[in-house]
Ligand binder design. Structure first.
Ligand code: F6P
Length: 373
């Protein structure tokens, strides 16, 4: 019997999404003779039953394209804006899944998507996921597609900032994406030879950063590159954030949870100007001029790297194999050169943060990089 499968992409876009759609779709169509449809704009399109038939032609020429041809959104099945208020739309999703005679639904996304997908699995749907995000913070997979491309872009940016920082004898503070996990700032900081790397996982002390920069000046290096992850915080603010997050996790009721969430939002808002504050503090403490560069969405846009195309293709193909073998409720993870199916229940909520003793951190310390700790 011909199997019918649906594909959607959810969460922030990421280079390699189209390569993954193609990997799943071409294998499903060509190898297993399945019928494939794509839902537009993530879980929102599934609720609104906006879909398109994905035939062979659809996959031509998309391997190299950035973004996602299916569109994406951050909408969550259980709390979706509908008719002017947030509603639980999971029952509608279940209805649409059956109305489309689906045998499986492939959800391609990051940490949030893995959690949303688990909810749909628990509603009895045959769900299978793939890990994408430039943040590289999904647990139980070696890596996620999108990360390598973003790493290349952020590294090239640091390379370019070096020559101008050097010419003007300035500090350049560069903000790199990553609210909770600092993989991108760490990887690009190491590859680009940043002098200071600040991560959400390692709360910093501004005095330590200034001391490192001043000692560079003493040794004749009158410029410094400071690579900062979006979510990096000084020790005192990191403590407040940690308290708020714990309060949210341990909240006994809805009200307490909302209060803790509002506090997190307030702290995150305060952090928006963090990089500007950091830059002017460093000017004051070192006597050097300092400038800010925010890489922002440049890191998520554009054509995927060869490594991301390869990763997304092999995980996508393995995903179609799993559907053929009726193996559901799993994320297809990268493990070495191969792919393994890991239970969605173990992946959901399993955020992969940078451990303080990670080999990348150790290597950076060995070459004299300062982490402000
Ligand atoms: O995709 C993950 C991520 O890139 C984070 O690093 C970043 O903080 C976030 O998305 C911002 O995305 P958006 O503005 O689309 O919500």
């Amino acid at each position: 019997m011909t199997k019918h499968i649906g594909i959607l992409t959810a969460g922030g876009d990421s280079p390699g999404l189209n390569a993954a759609i193609r990997g799943v779709g071409k294998t499903a169509l060509g190898r297993y003779d399945m019928q494939v449809i794509g839902f537009m704009d993530g879980f929102k399109g599934l609720v609104e039953n906006r879909s398109t038939r994905l035939d062979g032609d659809f996959f031509s020429g998309i391997l190299t394209r950035g973004g996602t041809i299916l569109g994406t959104s951050r909408d969550k099945p259980h709390r979706m804006m509908f008719g002017g208020k947030k509603q639980d739309m999971t029952d509608i999703i279940v209805e649409n899944y059956h109305a489309n005679h689906l045998d499986a639904l492939v959800c391609i996304g990051g940490g949030g998507t893995q959690k949303n997908a688990l909810e749909l699995l628990n509603k009895g749907l045959n769900i299978i996921t793939l890990p994408k995000t430039i943040d590289n913070d999904v647990g139980l997979t070696d890596t996620t597609f999108g990360f390598d491309t973003a790493l290349g872009i952020a590294t090239e940016a640091i390379d370019r900032l070096h020559s101008t920082a050097h010419s003007h004898h300035r500090i350049i503070v560069v903000e790199i994406m990553g609210h909770r996990a600092g993989w991108l700032a760490l990887g690009a900081g190491i590859a680009g030879g940043a002098d200071v790397i600040l991560l959400p996982e390692l709360p910093y002390n501004i005095e330590n950063v200034a001391t490192a920069i001043r000692s560079r000046v003493k040794s004749g290096k009158k410029f410094s590159i400071v690579a900062v992850a979006e979510g990096a915080l000084p020790v005192d603010q990191a403590e407040l954030m940690e308290q708020a997050r714990t309060a949210k996790e341990e909240a006994p009721d809805k009200d307490a949870r909302k209060k803790a969430k509002d506090k997190i939002t307030r702290l995150e808002k305060n952090n928006i100007n963090h990089i500007v504050t950091l830059s002017s503090q460093l000017e004051e403490l070192t006597g050097l001029e300092s400038r800010v560069t925010i890489l922002g969405y440049l890191q998520r846009g554009g054509t995927p790297s060869a490594a991301d195309r390869l990763l997304a293709t092999r995980l996508g193909a393995a995903c179609a194999d799993s559907i053929h073998n009726e193996q559901f409720g799993v994320m297809i993870a990268a493990r070495g050169d191969g792919a393994v199916a890991v239970p969605l229940a173990e992946v959901a909520g399993n955020k992969k943060l940078v451990p303080s003793d990670h080999p990348w951190v150790q290597a950076a310390i060995s070459v004299g990089t300062n982490f402000g700790v």
